[in-house]
Design a protein. Structure first.
Length: 250
């Protein structure tokens, strides 16, 4: 290959972000010439392989940045434990179009593992779609906000939380919040309003949230922000097949 085409090729490969392919091209070109095969046989496949590998690494980085306590997909979720309408909605949410529309999801019910699994599954789906997630529990988030007492650290943390396409707050309601903690959490929710999606899981119904936030006024303001554009998943109802299965076992 003459110098001019080689320079042009390297320029285009650099634009595509294919450094491995760029460094291997001369070797591939020699193989192509020796075997008298079309360059496409040697060019397209490794090019696609590198693009696929690059995408995989990006997804891995997003998953690591999300700080999931475990990597769980909805493929491994037992949908028999929830009523059919919730299954249909969960599958629809897995397309992550609600994130594009900056809508929220609230999963309510007594089953901790079901709600968390669904939240993790939706978070993983978002990472695979190229979106930025952050997973935390309500207690851990409030603790982190309080610990960042210095104004600059607090602003940096809030900026990080706002920048996420999807913020997942698990286990709201397991620990009552202090007045300061409730106000800091409200500030995060308020700042994300119509700017980014939130998933919240809670073992409490909405009328019990005042016990967590300690103020009817603050609870009302939080619910106003969260439920303006929201999808509700109720994880208490069991499907008929599961109920029948339990009757047989008993």
């Amino acid at each position: 290959m003459s110098d001019t085409p080689k320079v042009l090729l390297q320029h285009h490969l650099k634009k595509l972000g294919l450094p491995t392919f760029n460094s291997e091209y001369n070797k591939l070109a020699r193989q192509s010439a020796a075997e008298k095969k079309d360059d496409v046989h040697y060019v397209v496949r490794p090019c696609l392989q590198e693009l696929i590998e690059r995408k995989r690494r990006k997804i891995e980085r997003r998953i690591k940045a999300a700080k999931f306590p475990a990597t769980k997909s909805l493929d491994s979720f037992d949908f028999k434990v929830i009523a059919p309408p919730n299954k249909k909605l969960t599958v629809e949410l897995a397309r992550c179009e609600f994130v594009d529309r900056r809508e929220n999801v609230i999963a309510l019910g007594s089953s901790v593992t079901c709600k968390t699994h669904v939240a993790l599954g939706l978070g993983l789906a978002a990472c695979q779609r190229g979106l930025k997630d952050r997973f935390t529990t309500a207690a851990a988030l409030v603790h982190e906000l309080i610990e960042a007492a210095d104004e600059r650290l607090q602003q940096r943390l809030q900026k990080l939380l706002i920048s996420q396409d999807l913020l997942i707050i698990d286990e709201l309601g397991f620990v009552p919040l202090s007045k300061t903690g409730a106000e800091l959490l409200f500030e995060v929710i308020s700042q994300r309003y119509e700017r980014g999606s939130i998933i919240i899981t809670s073992n409490l119904s909405f009328d019990e949230w005042t016990e967590v936030f300690g103020s009817e006024r603050l609870t009302g303001a939080i619910l106003d922000h969260l439920t303006h554009h929201v999808h509700i998943l109720e994880m208490n109802d069991e499907s008929e097949p599961l109920r029948q299965s339990r009757k047989v076992k008993s």
